[in-house]
Design a protein around this ligand. Structure first.
Ligand SMILES: [Mg+2]
Length: 258
């Protein structure tokens, strides 16, 4: 039996640059739904993504962490700025946990208000919300090239499935499937997919996820590519094992020669 060939893609930082949308939606979530005495949201904040938010982005795994980071950046007292940013990212996961505890928040609650913020914008002005995302057209062209060759496209993301679907529809991309944060870990998803598909590659901008794929015996055969155009930590580009290839945006087409 021959398996259907497929290429897997992460979404944020790989298919689209969602930096501005994340800032915008998280800020709106803080303003409308997060009942915190430590912040007040100045409308000017919506205009530009702060450097600190961009710099912390490579550490983020789930959407709810963005709400927490925005809260820390816009706090009146002791906001997250250059001087304390290194301390924050050096113990990133512990700091996120501490901030959740200090404020009596749960990750689920923060994820819910992020989703609510997106739903609010979609209902109010769908086009404006879509326009907050910047697609990587090279990647979109690459999925079209795959399609011509009878190779399917699959999306595995930690964004909500429904939101990912809406953006992809606007971009005229119809993947074989989309798995969002609701579907569990990417390794588990990939493991299940190996039962049905011949996976030609997985393009992702979170190095740790690719390392996990390579360390799992069921998925270690999947060719893994670290997206050079995504949200990488400076150190991600170095000390890459032979098994994970750094992929440049202008070299995507070479992959179809596989
Ligand atoms: Mg990503």
């Amino acid at each position: 039996m021959s398996y259907q060939k497929i290429f897997l893609f992460d979404f944020d930082g790989v298919v689209i640059d969602g930096m501005y949308e994340y800032w915008h939606s998280s800020l709106l979530a803080c303003e409308k739904y997060l009942d915190s005495p430590y912040i007040s949201v100045d409308q000017k904040l919506y205009k530009k993504v702060p450097t600190s938010f961009k710099e912390i982005r490579p550490w983020v795994k789930y959407g709810w962490e963005m709400i927490l980071i925005v809260h820390e950046i816009i706090k009146r007292e002791n906001p997250l700025k250059n001087h304390n940013q290194d301390d924050f990212i050096n113990n990133y996961h512990q700091n996120c946990q501490r901030i959740l505890n200090d404020n009596s928040w749960t990750a689920e609650d923060l994820q819910k208000i992020l989703d609510k913020s997106r739903e609010y914008q979609i209902n109010k002005d769908f086009k404006s919300w879509v326009n907050l995302h910047n697609p990587f057209f090279e990647v979109i062209n690459f999925t079209k090239e795959l399609n011509k060759r009878g190779i399917k496209t699959g999306i595995i993301t930690t964004k909500g499935k429904i939101f990912t679907e809406k953006i992809l529809t606007q971009l005229n991309i119809c993947p074989e499937f989309i798995f969002g944060y609701e579907s569990g870990t990417k390794v588990k998803i990939a493991e299940n997919l190996t039962q049905t598909y011949e996976i030609l590659g997985f393009i992702e901008d979170r190095k740790k996820t690719l390392i996990d794929i390579k360390q799992n015996s069921q998925t270690s055969h999947i060719p893994c590519f670290l997206a050079d155009w995504g949200y990488l930590k400076t150190t991600d580009r170095y000390n890459l094992s032979n098994e994970i290839k750094l992929l440049k945006l202008d070299k995507l087409e070479e992959l179809v020669a596989i």
